[in-house]
Design a protein around this ligand. Structure first.
Ligand SMILES: [Zn+2]
Length: 103
C-alpha cells in the first residue's frame, strides 16, 4: 500500500489501471481514459509533468506496479531539499524610510 500523499490515494480509488507493456499504463477514471508513462513521468492529463509529482492516474499505475511513490516525486518537494534551500541566512530588510532614493 502506497502512502496517501496529498489525498492522491483517495482520488486513485476511482482509477482502474491496466499495464500495456514496458512502462506504459492505460488508466480509466470515471468516463475518461489516460495514458501514463512511468519512465517519462508523464500522463495525458498533463498534471504529472506539470507538477513534477504523480497525478491520481499515475498514482494508480504506480500502485499497480508496486513501486515506491518517492521515486516519482521531484526532489524539490522533499524535506532534504527544503532544508538545504533554507539553510543559508536570510538577511533582515530595513523599513521603507531607509530605502535609497533613486531617480
Ligand atoms: Zn493524470
Amino acid at each position: 500500500m502506497l502512502d496517501d500523499i496529498g489525498g492522491l490515494g483517495k482520488l486513485a480509488r476511482h482509477c482502474y489501471s491496466r499495464w500495456c507493456g514496458a512502462n506504459e499504463f492505460e488508466v480509466d477514471h470515471f468516463l475518461d481514459k489516460y495514458v501514463v508513462d512511468l519512465d517519462k513521468k508523464t500522463c495525458t492529463c498533463g498534471m504529472f509533468q506539470l507538477n513534477a509529482y504523480p497525478c491520481c492516474h499515475a498514482y494508480a499505475a504506480i500502485a499497480d506496479r508496486r513501486d515506491p511513490i518517492e521515486v516519482y516525486i521531484a526532489d524539490c518537494y522533499k524535506k532534504d531539499m527544503y532544508l538545504k534551500c533554507y539553510s543559508h541566512m536570510i538577511h533582515a530588510v530595513p523599513g521603507q524610510k531607509e530605502w535609497v532614493q533613486t531617480g
